[in-house]
Design a protein around this ligand. Structure first.
Ligand code: DC
Length: 228
C-alpha cells in the first residue's frame, strides 16, 4: 500500500485556499479538511448562545463540541451537534468575530487535536492558517498562497454578491485587512509561511494554472513515495 499523502495549504484571507484545496481534493479523491470552517462553527455557536465574551464558556463549548464536516460535490457541509450550520458560518458577522475566537489558545488546541485525528485517516488536503506550520508540520507538500489585498477583497466581495449578502468592496477590504492583522499578530500559531512551503502568488493566476503547478508537485511526491 502506498503512503498516505498530506497536502497543507496556508495563506491569508481571500488568497484562494478553499477554491484550490477543494479542486485538488476532488481531482485526487483526497479528503478535504476545511479548518477555517471549524473556527467559524465555534464562533457561530458562541454568538447563538450569547457567550461571545465569556472565554471560559467558549473553551468548554470547544471541548465538548460534536463537529462534523462533510465534502460532497464541491460543497463543505458543517454540522454542529447534528444541526447543519453550513450557511450560517459564512456571513460578514462571523467574518468579523472569528479571528477573536481563533486566537484563544485552548480553542486552537482542541481544533488541532480534531484536525490531526482526521489527518491520520487517509490522503488529505488540509486548508487553513496554521496547517503548514502547526497542524501538519510534516506535510508532504506545503503551499503558501498569497494575493494582493485588492484582489483578495474583490474575490470575497463577489462571493458575497453571489450569495445576495449586502456589503461594499471597501468594507470587505477593511475586514480582510483587520483579519490579516489579527491572524498574523496573534501569539499562538500566527499566520506565517513555513520555511519549506512553496509560495504561490495568485493575484494574476487562474485557478487552472495554480492547480497545474500543485498537481505537478503532488505527482513528484507520489513518485518518490510509491514503493519501487
Ligand atoms: O479560512 P477561513 O476564512 O474560513 O477562516 C476563518 C478564520 O478562522 C480566519 O480568520 C482565522 C481562523 N483560522 C485559523 O485561525 N486557523 C486555521 N487553521 C483556519 C482558520
Amino acid at each position: 500500500m502506498s503512503k498516505k499523502i498530506v497536502v497543507a495549504i496556508d495563506g491569508p484571507a481571500g488568497s484562494g485556499k478553499s477554491t484550490i484545496a477543494k479542486a485538488l481534493a476532488q481531482k485526487l479523491g483526497f479528503v478535504y479538511l476545511d479548518t477555517g470552517a471549524m473556527y467559524r462553527a465555534i464562533t457561530y455557536l458562541a454568538i447563538s448562545k450569547s457567550i461571545l465574551n465569556e472565554i471560559p464558556e467558549i473553551i468548554e463549548l470547544a471541548r465538548n463540541i460534536d463537529l462534523k464536516l462533510s465534502f460532497e460535490n464541491g460543497i463543505t457541509r458543517v454540522f454542529v451537534d447534528g444541526v447543519e450550520v453550513t450557511e450560517n458560518i459564512r456571513t460578514p458577522e462571523i467574518n468579523s468575530k472569528v479571528s477573536d475566537i481563533s486566537r484563544i489558545p485552548e480553542i486552537r488546541q482542541e481544533m488541532v487535536r480534531i484536525q490531526r485525528s482526521l489527518g491520520q485517516k487517509g490522503n488529505l488536503v488540509a486548508e487553513g492558517r496554521d496547517t503548514t506550520t502547526v497542524v501538519f508540520p510534516d506535510a508532504d507538500l506545503k503551499i503558501f498562497l498569497t494575493a494582493a489585498l485588492e484582489e483578495r477583497a474583490k474575490r470575497r466581495f463577489l462571493e458575497y454578491q453571489e450569495k445576495g449578502q449586502v456589503t461594499s468592496l471597501e468594507e470587505v477590504k477593511k475586514s480582510i485587512e483587520n483579519r490579516d492583522y489579527i491572524d498574523s499578530h496573534r501569539e499562538v500559531s500566527p499566520l506565517k509561511k513555513a520555511d519549506d512551503a512553496v509560495e504561490i502568488d495568485t493575484t494574476f493566476m487562474t485557478v487552472g494554472k495554480e492547480q497545474e503547478i500543485i498537481l505537478n508537485k503532488i505527482e513528484e511526491i507520489k513518485k518518490q513515495t510509491e514503493p519501487q
